[in-house]
Design a protein around this ligand. Sequence first.
Ligand SMILES: [Zn+2]
Length: 394
Amino acid sequence: MITAYCGMKVIPGDGGEPVDDAVVLVDDDLIREVGKAGGVNIPPEANRVDLSGKVMIPGMIDAHVHCLMDASADPMGELQRRTQTMTVLQAAKHLEATARAGVTWVRDLGGYGYLEMSLQEAVECGMISGSRMLVAGKVITMTGGHGHPMGREADGEAEVRKAAREQLKAGAQVVKVMATGGVLTPGVEPGAAQLTEKEMSAAVQEAHKAGRRVATHAQGTEGIKNALRAGVDSVEHGLFLDEEAVAMMRDKGVWLVPTLTATRRIVEAQTDAGIPAFAVRKAEDALQGHLQSFRMALDAGVRVAMGTDAGTPFNSHGDNLQELQLMVQEGMSPSDAIFAASGGAAELLGIADRAGALKAGRLADMVVLREDPLQDIESIRRPERVYMGGRRLL
Ligand SMILES: [Zn+2]
């Protein structure tokens, strides 16, 4: 079946110029052609959908979520307390809410017991309606390191190598290593280095041999540099960057996934909301450094992909696109912010041949907005319609 969406402004998502009064021709689940009205040959049998006055963007991509985490005050604790059945049922709802918010792809950077891989399969075979997923499996962390209650503890090059191979064997499309402490694990500090450069190099070698990327949870400066020397592909969070770190990232083409929402939401909600005091204290200590680091990376021309860390306290699945608003508040242009959540993120995730742009041959993942997000980025949080593979979800 062929459908012609007509009359709207198209923001292509690949960094190209917007097109007014456009036509997007969709054949089954793929985009066949995008162009200006009059320049696209609409077959007579095509369904026509008039979207005059609207704006169409590609399905957005969130490069950092935890679909099994419930955005409660203590999500890592909940993961250990709840039955796995409840965790999975709830995660299906998370993925549905995320897709309906216009985020049609997510990269899950830390699951639990490989449950997230079953969810990925359920989305792929159409059993549940939710965002398409790439998954990391278990995070690889040192003994007692950040995320250890949900991750795979490994010490020394040989064990980290084995841990990476285990994730690949289980079906991971990306490997996640913990270069530093973090906010949500008691007893570790965001600024403290954790896995060593040599340990992370072993994981990077294994992932790259298999054609996969490595994401690193990296908050403190020393740990970030260890990770960069080890050859990781993205720095997640990057709370305490310095000039040397941003220069290394730019020169090596390493992506920053800032997750500004994550620290912001913890600081806003505070302990009254039930967030453990240690987590609030660490987020407060980090917030200013986090914003400053983001601006420093922007100024240096580091590549940025949008990621939220959705699932962490009060960082709800389905509210992912508030991250774009924060990125714009901190100095990014709306057009660059949208690119970070479409063409840019697709490149980081290695899915640019299928996703991240309204272009011929890509999946027909499309979001229709009432207002122009280039004028008011906040409007991106209120989609009017969402399509995945040409099928309307909202
Ligand atoms: Zn995370």
